[in-house]
Design a protein around this ligand. Structure first.
Ligand code: FE2
Length: 152
């Protein structure tokens, strides 16, 4: 069976704009859950995760049949390295501001491109995060809503 990397889910409704903020600075004021001991404002930090509002959880519970649903904001900054996610094999994402980046997946050599896609804003999609990946060429912080099964 062919390995799944990326699927668009246009059948999942768009999130009402009133349920989330588009302001990166507002999201940064919510505690960061990804290596929280490492300073949020360090130039070395290329990724952070922040809990989503209760209203987003309620909306997500009506549209995703997942166990231990986690609903978070995530911020990707220019220069994120090629990696596999540590705590999840896949997720559903919804880009609020794409930063005009290109999401790229690689073979285990971290060099050979498996797949590359410019993901549209405000469209649900599923991505495989157990394959090496990064976001290339983002011009500014990329803000998204991310949904996954929390096994912690
Ligand atoms: Fe990732």
């Amino acid at each position: 069976m062919e390995e799944q990397i990326y699927r668009l889910h246009p059948e999942i409704p768009q999130v009402p704009d009133s349920l989330f903020t588009t302001q990166v600075d507002e999201v940064k004021s919510i505690p960061n859950l990804f290596f929280p001991e490492f300073p949020l404002e360090s130039p070395m930090r290329k990724y952070s995760v922040h809990d989503a509002p209760k209203e987003m959880y309620e909306w997500a519970q009506d549209h995703f049949r997942l166990n231990n649903l986690a609903v978070r904001y995530q911020i990707v900054r220019p220069g994120m390295r090629i990696h596999k996610d540590v705590n999840r094999a896949w997720c559903y994402n919804y880009l609020i501001t794409s930063g005009n980046g290109e999401t790229v997946w690689y073979e285990d050599d971290k060099t050979t491109v498996k797949k590359s896609v410019v993901i549209p804003e405000k469209t649900w999609h599923w991505i495989n995060t157990s394959v090496f990946h990064t976001v290339r060429n983002i011009q500014e912080d990329r803000l998204a809503i991310t949904i996954f099964e929390d096994h912690d």
